[in-house]
Design a binder for this molecule. Structure first.
Ligand SMILES: C[S@@+](CC[C@H](N)C(=O)[O-])C[C@H]1O[C@@H](n2cnc3c(N)ncnc32)[C@H](O)[C@@H]1O
Length: 307
């Protein structure tokens, strides 16, 4: 394996308080890199947060200052560190059945006709876009299994994607601390989770894991996925993007779904731009995709399907 770690320099450039300083220029370089690569905005108000989250990386890699760290991150050899930087800077907060009203709407309105369609042989696809450590797609799986215990025998699957490979790995492991059980109802806990033999946590059962495929995906890059999707959850992700990137994202979601599909977004997000005409509000931050008009691009058959 190629050693990409740089040769440490003489030692950190400490300021009068003994801390490694981060200049405005350093912050701008980091913020621009994160914006260009991942669409995530880091306003100046987040400078202290960025500093505290990256200081450990700067120290452990032996850089003299943030400038040297930025040089490394922007070099070809620094590509792996870009991923580490991303992991350190992204907000991955999530929990099971977050914004429960969305799962109530799924159970009552969205899933029953989709399950019927799947029983008649249709292909049904759900997507948790920006899934963090997996609690969201597994909440989808548990909601589906409660209505349709034989879902694995039908062509119903859930795609779970996130830009952060560490989150994807955690989602695949499906191991969660015991404290997170509180958000899952007792019948679902007893049917679809297992005690974790090595600790006091729990694991999502094989029946639910089998419905979910995890994959890394940058929402502002190409989407090597086929669609069309019947349900998309993209919650508490777009809030970190600029207005222009959000608008484009809503349009891409509308284009990769079937007419009549559903899009769920986070509590502090809202649909803006041209996609507003395609998305009908059907509940709190829940939308139904209206049929596309003549001339709209048909994107449901793009290349390289992962789902
Ligand atoms: C706050 S979590 C939301 C998790 C879950 N959707 C929820 O609402 O509980 C935001 C997630 O978005 C992911 N994310 C940020 N920028 C992204 C991008 N450009 N592409 C894909 N995922 C991204 C982060 O890695 C993080 O896991």
């Amino acid at each position: 394996m190629i050693e990409t770690r740089p040769t440490p320099v003489a030692g950190p450039a400490l300021d009068a308080t003994g801390a490694i300083p981060m200049s405005q220029a350093d912050f701008n370089r980091i913020a621009n890199r994160v914006q260009d690569d991942y669409g995530i905005q880091l306003p100046l108000a987040k400078k202290d947060l960025v500093y505290s989250r990256l200081l450990r990386r700067v120290r452990s890699l032996g850089f003299a200052d943030f400038g040297a760290y930025c040089d490394h991150v922007e070099s070809v050899a620094g590509l792996p560190e870009r991923t580490e930087m991303l992991s350190a800077l992204t907000t991955n907060v999530t929990h099971f059945f977050r914004e429960r009203h969305h799962f109530d709407l799924l159970s009552s309105l969205v899933l029953p006709p989709l399950i019927e369609a799947a029983r008649r042989g249709s292909r049904v696809r759900l997507w948790s876009a920006g899934c963090s450590s997996g609690q969201e797609p597994y909440s989808l799986a548990l909601t589906l299994l409660a209505l349709c215990p034989d879902a694995a025998r039908l062509d119903i699957r859930i795609l779970a994607t996130d830009i952060d490979p560490k989150m994807i790995a955690r989602g695949k492991d499906a191991l969660y601390p015991a404290a997170e059980r509180i958000a899952i109802s007792e019948p679902l806990l007893s049917r679809f989770t297992e005690a974790e033999p090595m600790g006091d946590g729990f694991r999502i059962s094989e029946a639910a894991r089998a419905l979910v495929t995890f994959a890394p995906l940058n929402l502002i890059g190409d989407w090597p996925i086929r669609g069309p999707f019947d349900v998309i959850f993209c919650r508490n992700v777009a809030i970190y993007f600029s207005a222009a990137i959000q608008e484009r994202l809503w349009q891409r979601f509308a284009a990769i779904t079937r007419p009549g599909a559903y899009l769920f977004i986070g509590h502090s997000e809202r649909i803006t731009g041209p996609a507003e005409a395609r998305l009908e509000n059907v509940g709190i931050t829940a939308y139904r995709v209206l049929p596309q008009h003549d001339g709209d691009r048909q994107t449901s058959d793009s290349t390289g399907a992962t789902q």
